[in-house]
Design a protein around this ligand. Structure first.
Ligand code: BGC
Length: 374
């Protein structure tokens, strides 16, 4: 080989090894769209470490989040769509969304408050899910404030919207902090007694943004109990110990390790799709869960003020929907960790109450913190 060729190959190899994957945000113009005659917009937050998060006013959703791996390579770890149009039209409805008024299911779409029965839409078999088909995830939120690494959205939900009582005013604040946290704060008030359970439904894959299975991700959940469900995914009302079950994530365990175990709850949930009862005492905010992706070294920790967390392992993704960069999200290529009050709490006396009264202020916080394994 000629000397000059050798130099060329060595230079190419060197630059291939040393080129880091950089952030490539979605161009705002390609995202724009309209819904109900209103503009769908995209906003970009950046922190001083170069992390970038993109958020839309359609459902106050997280669209993309670039975080580094152990070598400093940036990847978008959020699974979902890359255009406003896709968010409006495609069948996977909850990617990245703010969920309300009630995160997860309410049995038979009914609950009673102060002696009055309220009837909600049954959009998930015979049950109500995530606030109904036109819940908060499909509303255009107003941008109240946007500053460097922070954005505040607001939405006013009229009395009886989706069947829920009370005029409810909600604010959601996203802050991409310099500690590499995506901090989400929820504030709300109502003028009549109501129920509220706000959460965020971002789907993550810390390895490659949804191209491969999440089964090798290692999960820890700070919970001694979980709430088993019936076949319609409504909690039975029991709190069951995780000990000696595939639901024991008190020590870091691969998601896929026990997923095919012959356990009735894995059958009812089609895999993991359950609420864990967090080991929470009087602390305001606790570490609820931790996910580590061994190959990239990316780690995500979830902190919350909520009593529960829904770990949903992407069981209903079936490869039929193409998202960002045309990636078809197959079975279990993404997971959600949704901080929450327990599903069906309004119908379960022993679960923490999800009521909000006019004299109170609703507040909830969830933090998704990104770290690397050295
Ligand atoms: C629920 C799943 C549901 C998914 C929809 C999760 O919060 O628990 O059952 O399929 O949301 O994206």
């Amino acid at each position: 080989m000629k000397h000059i060729d050798k130099i060329f190959i060595i230079t190419m190899l060197f630059s291939a090894c040393s080129t880091k994957k950089e952030v490539s945000p979605i161009p705002v113009e390609t995202f724009l769209s309209k819904h109900q005659g209103k503009e769908i917009t995209l906003h970009t937050l950046e922190n001083t470490n170069g992390l970038v998060c993109q958020i839309t006013n359609f459902g106050a959703r997280v669209v993309a989040l670039w975080v580094p791996d152990k070598n400093g390579n940036m990847t978008d770890v959020v699974v979902g769509y890359g255009t406003g149009k896709d968010f409006v039209e495609k069948k996977e409805e909850y990617f990245g969304a703010t969920i309300g008024r009630y995160g997860n299911r309410i049995g038979n779409g009914r609950f009673t408050l102060k002696g009055k029965e309220y009837i909600l839409e049954t959009n998930n078999g015979e049950n109500h899910l995530h606030g109904g088909a036109e819940g908060f995830h499909r509303q255009i939120w107003a941008v109240e404030e946007i500053k460097d690494s922070k954005i505040v959205f607001s939405y006013s939900s009229p009395h009886m919207e989706g069947g829920y009582p009370g005029n409810v005013k909600v604010k959601v604040e996203y802050h991409l902090t310099d500690n590499n946290e995506l901090k989400i704060e929820y504030f709300a008030t109502t003028d009549e007694p109501t129920i509220l359970n706000l959460t965020n439904h971002t789907y993550f894959n810390l390895k490659d943004g949804g191209q491969s299975s999440i089964n090798n991700h290692k999960l820890t959940i700070n919970a001694d109990f979980y709430t088993p469900v019936d076949k319609g995914l409504i909690p039975t009302g029991k709190l069951e110990e995780v000990a000696v079950t595939p639901f024991d994530f008190r020590n870091s365990t691969s998601i896929g390790e026990r997923i095919e175990d012959n356990h009735v709850q894995l059958k009812n949930g089609y895999g993991y799709d359950h609420n864990w009862v967090l080991n929470k005492g009087k602390e305001d905010v606790i570490l609820a869960a931790r996910v580590e992706e061994p190959k990239s070294g990316r780690i995500m920790e979830v902190y919350t003020s909520e009593p529960g967390i829904q770990f949903y392992g992407g069981n209903f993704l079936d490869g039929s929907v193409a998202g960002k960069k045309g990636i078809k999200y197959r079975h279990r290529t993404a997971f959600c960790l949704e901080t929450q009050h327990f599903p069906d709490s309004p119908n379960k006396e022993n679960f923490p109450e999800a009521y909000v009264f006019p004299e109170e202020k609703y507040y909830s916080i969830s933090i998704y913190k990104f770290l690397n394994k050295i």
